[in-house]
Design a protein around this ligand. Structure first.
Ligand code: FAD
Length: 246
């Protein structure tokens, strides 16, 4: 395939996530026991419980709702950033077991991400980037060939010449509390563009299934003055408008 772009899907999430969170809240704040919780919580009470929790910052009950995303068309550079989030679970395409040899690629070059600012420089510069990826493919194939004497494990060393631009695919699971934190820092204009695009798309997906839980989700400046001080992007009004419509 060569050049590729972001694709993210919500693969699974907790069934009725807002009702489950409301059940946990009801247990905390009323005399209800397990039998009563089993009968469920009305839609109106769900909205009221969930909004109260998120407004008050009583966030442990929202940890019961979890969301699993399938992500592809992202770079190894993004991988280094997203895996810094410790309250998350990851499964990542292995570069040890899955090869990038040109023989298995559609157009003879491993999949890669081109940064929009490089693409925006024009066709000539974008083609130069593509040529560089093709050169790296040659280096990779060279080492696969040389290392073949060691048998099956050649990919784990040949991959050392692959760039940050190389595509990876992953499955990631976060609970709602971690997602709110992730959106706080990764939907912010100060975050790097690729993880910001991914976080923004993840937010759009979870709002579709949990509109109350994630109604105020996004960068911190949606609800407070920008905490970035002199590093602020200075676009708070624009950012607030954007996240209203996601
Ligand atoms: C704009 C930006 C620039 C960055 N630049 C750099 C950089 O230059 N270098 C660099 O190394 N990293 C950088 N990072 C990554 C950053 O430092 C964090 O590692 C990453 O964002 C994960 O965030 P976290 O630790 O808050 O979240 P998570 O790991 O997702 O944890 C969520 C929350 O749980 C709590 N928590 C988790 N683990 C612990 C623990 N062990 N002890 C106490 N509390 C815990 C904390 O409250 C934490 O905020 C950058 C991040 C951003 C958004």
């Amino acid at each position: 395939m060569g050049r590729t772009t972001l694709r993210v899907e919500l693969l699974r999430c907790t069934e009725s996530p807002e009702e489950l969170v409301a059940m946990a809240a009801k247990l905390c704040y009323s005399a209800a026991g397990v039998d009563e919780l089993r009968q469920g919580v009305s839609q109106q009470d769900q909205t009221s419980f969930v909004s109260k929790l998120t407004d008050m910052g009583h966030l442990s009950p929202i940890e019961h709702a979890s969301f699993t995303f399938g992500v592809e068309g992202v770079s190894r550079s993004l991988l280094a950033q997203i895996t810094r989030h410790r309250i998350a679970s990851f499964s990542v395409k292995s570069q040890r077991y899955v090869g990038e040899d040109s023989g298995v690629q559609d157009d003879g070059v491993f999949n890669y991400i081109i940064p929009p600012r490089i693409a925006d420089l024009g066709d000539e510069e974008a083609q130069e980037f593509t040529r560089q990826m093709a050169q790296i493919q040659k280096w990779y194939d060279y080492w696969l060939d040389k290392l073949a004497v060691y048998g099956d494990t050649t990919k784990e060393d040949a991959r050392f010449v692959l760039p940050n631009a190389a595509e990876t695919k992953l499955v990631v699971t976060m609970n709602a509390r971690e997602l709110l934190h992730f959106f706080n820092i990764r939907c912010c204009n100060r975050a790097q563009w690729e993880i910001r695009d991914l976080a923004t798309e993840m937010l759009r997906l979870v709002r579709g299934v949990s509109p109350v839980l994630f109604r105020q989700a996004g960068p911190r400046c949606l609800s407070t003055p920008c905490p970035e001080g002199r590093m602020s992007c200075g676009k708070q009004a624009e950012v607030r408008e954007k996240f209203k419509h996601i």
